[in-house]
Design a protein around this ligand. Structure first.
Ligand SMILES: Nc1nc2c(c(=O)[nH]1)N=C([C@H](O)[C@H](O)COP(=O)(O)OP(=O)(O)OP(=O)(O)O)CN2
Ligand SMILES: [Zn+2]
Length: 135
């Protein structure tokens, strides 16, 4: 019997969407206001889902307090109130789109979880824009 447990967390971060291989005009055409040289911020909402068997002793797939602590350690402590382009190693060269942020978060969480757990990440960049990554 497989069950999915979910935890939602929240972080605020600044970013700029930009491709250094392109001209300023081309960047502006593709990324619009998200290419603002002085950056802009989002209130990101992150939902992490773990799917796996229910442990008959605890009744848990995974302790949600432990999942919250893991997200704090791997994501919030790293990205909350940061400029993703300037303050983080990973987005110095990788464009911090919602897609890329979701994939990086998935990659940071995956090594901490058992092989019997399927991991998926949903990242809301705005109320209406969100992405999903299932690995
Ligand atoms: N595929 C992607 N498209 C866009 C991304 C992205 O990460 N992946 N990012 C952006 C901008 O960073 C930002 O998300 C756009 O914000 P905005 O246009 O303000 O979006 P809203 O939902 O708040 O505004 P609407 O009123 O619904 O337009 C752009 N594209
Ligand atoms: Zn943005």
């Amino acid at each position: 019997m497989q069950v999915t447990v979910c935890r939602t967390e929240h972080f605020n971060a600044a970013h700029r969407l930009h491709n250094p291989a392109w001209s300023a005009e081309h960047n502006q055409r593709v990324f619009g206001k998200c290419n603002n040289p002085n950056y802009h911020g989002h209130n990101y909402n992150l939902t992490v889902r773990l799917t796996g068997p229910v442990d008959p002793e605890t009744g848990y797939v995974y302790d949600l307090k432990r999942l919250s602590d893991l997200i704090k350690q791997e994501v919030l402590d790293r990205y909350d109130h940061r400029n993703l382009n300037l303050d983080t190693e990973e987005f110095r060269t990788l464009n911090p789109t919602a897609e890329n942020i979701a994939v990086v978060i998935w990659q940071r969480l995956r090594p901490h979880l058992g092989a019997d757990l399927a991991l998926s990440v949903t990242l809301y960049e705005t109320d209406r824009n969100f992405v999903e990554y299932h690995g």
